[in-house]
Design a protein around this ligand. Sequence first.
Ligand code: GDP
Ligand code: MG
Length: 694
Amino acid sequence: MALDQSILRNIGIMAHIDAGKTTTTERILYYTGKIHRIGEVHEGTATTDWMVQEQERGITITAAAVSCKWRNHQINIIDTPGHVDFTVEVERSLRILDGAVAVFDAVSGVEPQSETVWRQADKYNVSRIAFINKLDRIGANFTASVESIRTRLAANPVAFQMPIGAEENFVGMVDLVRMKALLWAANDTSRGEKFDVVEIPDEIKEEAARAREILVSSLADVDDGIAEKYLEGIDPGVAEVMAAARRATISFKIVPVFCGSAFKNKGVQALLDAVIDYLPSPLDLPPVEGLSADDKETKLVRQRDAAEPFSGIAFKIMTDPFVGQLIFARVYSGKISVGEVVLNTRTGKRERITKILRMQANEREELPWVEAGDICALAGLKQIATGDTICDQKHGIRFESVVFPQPVISIAIEPRTTADMDKLMKSLERLENEDPSFRVTYNSETGQTLISGMGELHLDIIVDRLKREFKVEANVGKPQVSYRETISGKSEVEETFSREGGGIAQFAKVRLAVRHSEDADAQDGLIFKNLASPLQIPPQFVEGVRKGLLEGMQAGALAGFGVIGVTVELLGGAFDQQISTENSFKVAASLALRQALRLAAPQLLEPVMWIEVLVPDEYLSNIITDLNSRRAQINSVSLRGHLQVVEATGPLELMFGYATQLRSISQGRATYTMRFDSYQAVGAATLARITGHA
Ligand code: GDP
Ligand code: MG
């Protein structure tokens, strides 16, 4: 019998660092019965923080997929990291999720990183509910937190609960749908498992009635059925409110808001109920669309049905001590069993699945098969990368892959002892395979190996993992900026590649036009348009041109940095029936592009970072002086709670070591968020230094 997908919830838990994702996840696993004691983040025993680094640093780095059961539903949870250097992890999780719980700290409300993640969730159409956590903390403010969702995230938050008591007197909440109070005893010894569902206490009855009125009127704004009753003054009742709320959440019209204190074990069960009641199952979502694996153009649709041909996306690759490489996959359609072969449409390779596993936080269940809607881990696939589509051999489909940001920072790396060279290279290769925002390059001129990533912390952690997991000690150099190149002008060139005798005869001629294009950055830096007549360049050679262009984009005309922001039009060319091949066109296109870039006013770009610093008043002027000395541009200074918020942008190069400096000027009292903002043209001095001539 096919799996009933209506019982599935594929969700992520997303938030700013320290809002309490890990703590909340830990409670979820405890109440759903998968673990028998609660691990705490600060003790380094939380179940999903399985890497040593996470336990030591108390932060979540790697998204781990965990399954659990609640009210006869299966919830697959991806714990997503909060640090800005790992947003790529968040992005690839969101790509394959159906819904998410956004966790906020009730003291600070919406924080910068939650804004980033929120926008990512918008992009991937992920329905959300919100959990205002840490209501036990001094300064916790439920109403202000809900308002910050409205103002800072431009969302439509609707309170489904109302907290009872505040700070150390926070004892529970009113369920505004059923109009009941959920109360935990002060001397609770059940880790929050036991709580009372009772009549709303008299002293807050009026306040609760007003809150309920707001809930119903908010639903009336987005739902006709509720609106009708609301206007007639009839209470719609529990079932109708829930049904309307579910529709409105799934169609992104509202964000239901819940509250609690994960750490003090309050409110997590109701949050689990809300996941089931309001977040979508795969059946609530439209069919999935992809492109045919054969011609890469024809649109194909797969119903989310086990009877369709198998299709899925590999969203995470992990090295597992027991089975080697494990691939986390989201299955969209069909069914696949152990021993069957799947097609990877990126590589065109067929590989056999040797194991299918359901990952729980601390154990794994072997499954004979997995089908539409589910998330699982697969073993046996070797040549696979994050974002690859895997599918039925005879029904090739390719889903759009996540576009990963280009790394902005690099450091040189070498093994401490030369004997470790081989081990270092193998380990780096494995890490590169796991993490699409991490790259390894070898510079044959200098003989240096460079590792590149999204920030200092990102590379720090990689070096740390090398030591601990792969047992390779490495020396690293100073961080360097990853420059890029683009063009500010345009040009048109014609290039012929022809070779006779000697090796194999080849011939290809292409005519290209290049120009600057902002939109290209969303597509890995290059937009390619084929305007050539098939009589001049037959379709089978166009793929060669595309490959040649991608190769040509690797090294710009100024200083050999990767090129971005270019639109290339293939205008025409010529071929030879006898000797032209895809490869001839690849070479011709690559040569032509190099020439065209040189003629189109090449420009050197540097990464500019967006930075937000939260700082107590007394350190504000020192922070600003320091930012100015880093040539940062201060965009705004404002007050949030009792802290000053400085928002600025500045060149990455001048931001190196900022964490250390900030700590010393603010005596550890300031915090900051930094993320890549954009590539900007460098000044004359940098240009002269990098290209070696003024
Ligand atoms: P994450 O970075 O979002 O995964 O946050 P964590 O779960 O690691 O929590 C960050 C810190 O906040 C840890 O020290 C937690 O113990 C603490 N914390 C989490 N939830 C609560 C809460 O409800 N109340 C209080 N007072 N502290 C909490
Ligand atoms: Mg965490």
